[in-house]
Structures are given as C-alpha cells and as structure tokens.
Design a protein around this ligand. Structure first.
Ligand SMILES: *Cc1c(COP(=O)(O)O)cnc(C)c1O
Ligand SMILES: [Zn+2]
Length: 368
C-alpha cells in the first residue's frame, strides 16, 4: 500500500519519490488506503480537506488550500423531474479542477519539488497556476495557441510562465513532456495525485446525500479527471463499507469531438466520431485522452454509458441555464444537454446527480 503502480508493466515504487511516470513510459496509478472517521469528518469545516485521512498527504503543514470544496448540491427541475446539480463552478478558479490542484500541489510541496510543468487548454492550467502561486512555486503552463483568451489571461494573472504552442492541443502536451524532463510534470490527465483530489467530488455527494450513493452520475468528459476521480471516490466508500453500491456513470461528449464515444460504441471508423471539429464545449475537446481505456473500463464496470450531444443542444442547454440564473461554461452545458438526453430512460425514484463543472465567466466571449 501507499505505492505508485504502473498499469502497463505492473512495476511499483513508493510514492515518496518524485516520479510522474514509469520507466516503461506509462502514467502511474496510486494504491492508497483511505481512512474515513465520520465523526471527525463532520466536526471539520466544510471543505474537501475534511477527508484528510483519505487524502495522500502526510504532513498537514504541506497542504496548499483556499478552503475549497464542499460545493452546494442543488436540486433543480429538468424536463419535469428533479435532479441534483453540484455547483463546481464556485471554486476559486471557476472550475472543479481546483479539487485536483489542491491535492497535487500539496503533494508537490511535500515531495520538496521546486517547480512544475503542466499543459492544458485552459481550466486545469488556471488551477495549477493558482495553487502554485499560493504555494509560492514557479510553474510553466503549455497551452495551444487557439485556447480561449479569457482562460489564458487568467493563467497569466496568476503569474505563471505561459508558453503558447502552435498547432493542435497535442503539441502543447509534447512540449510540456519535454520540459518536464528537468522538472516535475503536473499534467492533470497524467498525474495520479490529481485524481486523488477529484475523488472528493464523490465523497461530498455521498455525505450530502446522508452517506448514500446516488443511482446515476452524468458528467461532461474529455480527459476523464472528474469521472475517474468520482469512480475512485465511490470505490473507496464502497470498500470502507460506507455505501453499498456504485452509481452508474454516464459520460457526455460533444459530437464534434467524441473519441471516447466512438471507442465505447466501437464506431471509431465512422466519420462522425473519427473527425474532430471545433466545439462550444472547448473544455472537453480532447482528441486523445491519455486514460481512455481506464475511462471506458470505469464506465463499463458501473453499468453506465457514453452519450453524445450536438452543438445546438449544448447552446440550448447553456441558454436555458442562464435564464434560470446559472451562468455556466458551455462545456458544463454539454453535461446538462447529455442529462436531458438521459432523463427519458431514467427510473421514477432514481437519484440523479450532475454538475456545473465550470463558470460562465471563463467563456465571456460567447454571446447568448
Ligand atoms: C476539464 C473540464 C471538463 C472535463 O473534465 P475532464 O477531466 O477533461 O474529463 C468539463 N468541464 C469543465 C468546465 C472543465 O474545465
Ligand atoms: Zn510501466
């Protein structure tokens, strides 16, 4: 236990070492036994560090935090039925990526690492930049040239070294990996400590439901860091005997960029899913998710599904949420559009949870 494990070659190493990939080149996973003391958890302030014994940080002095988390789980009515929406747009940088960043940057501090490298099309870069700033640590963020200007300005505002890379999103990842040879790669899709943060999404939902799991979770998915984190979180609670089943995981992708949909439904040869176009949901425009196989396995194990939504559905859901007072990022609206698609097949008493994953101010250039 408390080890880094390679899912490819099964190599192991203790996670006190500043390693971010296996010798074989694969990303690493974490084997870590979380502890839940419900009385202690309840006595603590409403932020995600209330689950401290379930988070892989040894010394409290290393925690880099803005008291983030424990976002409201708000009930709204959608297509005539009640659903619960976790308000992840309320994080300090405006997206759920802060869950991953607070744990990852705390771990970086604990390991004595002096600088980090990340690549992102926006929100993860902003989160890593903000938490690095809070820790007083330099960071370098590689972004594709075409990334949203508002997101780039946010990253710059945190004082990060912003490196814009021409060409597709993948080029930024390649450059970041090169730079990481002499630094530490805090890539959110790659680094397993990021998922150790996003797993608190599941802990909070279960606590907010009275330590019960929902039946269904519907999320927009690109690299799958929220979905995989949630899967780890529900698994942890199941193993600890706190909940008695896993919810089914429903991933939503934009029709214009749906590699996971294609893989899941074995349609990768069909032009519709093999071709990538721009989408309003730029936060899930990931053409080659690093952990694709893991994402698909987690969805299969949960008895879930992957859905696809059109640009017109994303826009309609975004406008509808705005009219109800929720100014969310279009990427978040893709999840809601997927939820609308899922609802007709939902059972009558089914407890369904989704999330507003990012804030509307992230995409202020988009006109309703
Ligand atoms: C990152 C992001 C997503 C998708 O998360 P993945 O980890 O890429 O699956 C969804 N919505 C918003 C607002 C995001 O920033
Ligand atoms: Zn390996």
């Amino acid at each position: 236990m408390n080890e880094l494990l390679c899912p490819e070659c099964r190599a192991r190493c203790p996670f006190d070492k500043a390693r971010w990939r296996c010798d074989c080149g694969s990303y690493l996973d974490i084997e870590f036994e979380p502890v839940f003391d419900i009385a202690k958890i309840k006595s603590r302030p409403p932020n995600l560090w209330r689950y401290r014994e379930a988070l892989p940080i040894r010394d409290e002095a290393n925690i880099v935090s803005f008291d983030e988390g424990f976002t409201p789980l708000l009930e709204i009515e959608l297509a005539g039925r009640k659903v619960l929406i976790k308000q992840e747009q309320l994080f300090v940088t405006g997206s759920f990526k802060d869950r991953g960043a607070t744990v990852l940057i705390s771990k970086v501090k604990e390991l004595g690492i002096k600088s980090v490298v990340e690549d992102s099309s926006g929100n993860a870069g902003a989160a890593i930049a903000a938490y690095s700033a809070h820790a007083g640590m330099p960071c370098e963020i590689y972004v594709p040239e075409h990334a949203s200007p508002a997101k780039l300005n946010q990253i710059k505002a945190y004082g990060a070294n912003l490196r814009t890379v021409p060409g597709p999103r993948l080029n930024a990842a390649i450059e970041a990996l090169k730079a990481a040879e002499s630094s530490y790669y805090a890539g959110h899709a790659f680094n397993p400590f990021f998922l150790q943060g996003t797993k608190t999404f599941a802990y909070e939902i279960c606590e907010q439901l009275g330590w019960r799991a929902p039946d269904t979770l519907v999320l927009p998915v690109g690299n799958g860091t929220l979905l995989l984190g949630a899967a780890i979180g529900f698994d942890d609670l199941l193993k600890a005997g706190i909940i008695d089943r896993r919810p089914q995981l429903i991933a939503v992708q934009a029709e214009n960029c749906a590699p996971l949909y294609g893989k899941f439904h074995n349609k990768s040869s069909e032009s519709k899913t093999a071709e990538f176009k721009n989408t309003l949901a730029d936060g899930i425009a990931v053409t080659e998710p690093v952990r694709a196989d893991q994402i698909i396995e987690a969805i299969r194990q949960s008895g879930g599904n992957i859905l696809m939504v059109a640009e017109s559905d994303i826009k309609a859901a975004w406008i509808d949420m705005g009219r109800r007072g929720f100014y969310i990022e279009p990427t978040a609206a893709a999840g809601i559009a997927g939820l609308l698609r899922y609802l007709p097949q939902a059972g009558s008493g089914e407890v369904i949870v989704s999330a507003f994953t990012g804030h509307g101010l992230k995409a202020g250039q988009i006109v309703p």
